[in-house]
Design a protein around this ligand. Structure first.
Ligand SMILES: [Zn+2]
Length: 159
């Protein structure tokens, strides 16, 4: 029996689930799927400029696994740039370390801890916040939610 795959830690959820070239309808574009662990590898190594060893430890994977992961991720981003395509960021065997709240009034995106008590947007004070990953928080490979533990109260549940 194959060993069950260890979940990879993703510190920050992506702020955009889809990135595409301007002026071309989505239906005319190939889909390039970047999993959340691939996204995290690029974020840690290329955006935050961390050493691969440090990044691999943050993701709870070996350094060699990290190297393979970032090579796959970079190739997908390169294909998106050269060939054109819609980059979809979703899925992966991951544990998300933080949640993302989205203000429906002003569009502010707020990265928060799972036990946050934020009920108002820090930018516009609106309480119309959308909980992007809060219920349930685990994503399976296909990007669908699986039955995970609810860590945050549902919006409207506060008194
Ligand atoms: Zn706002």
């Amino acid at each position: 029996m194959p060993r069950p795959k260890k979940r990879r830690t993703v510190q920050h959820p992506p702020l955009f689930q889809s990135i595409k070239p301007r002026g071309i309808p989505v239906c005319g574009l190939p889909r390039i799927e970047l999993t959340l662990d691939e996204y995290e590898a690029i974020r840690l190594a290329d955006y935050e400029k961390r050493e691969h060893l440090e990044a691999s430890e943050m993701m709870n994977i070996s350094r060699s696994t990290f190297t393979r992961l970032i090579e796959t991720a970079r190739h997908k981003v390169a294909r998106m740039m050269i060939d054109g395509g819609e980059l979809i960021i979703e899925g992966g065997e991951i544990d998300l370390a933080h949640n993302l709240l989205y203000c429906r009034k002003c569009g502010e995106k707020i990265i928060v801890k799972w036990d946050n008590n934020i009920s108002e947007c820090p930018e516009c004070n609106s309480d119309d916040l959308y909980d992007c990953f809060g219920k349930p928080h685990r994503l399976n490979r296909a990007g669908h939610h699986t039955a995970g533990k609810q860590r945050r109260r549902h919006r409207g549940g506060r008194s």
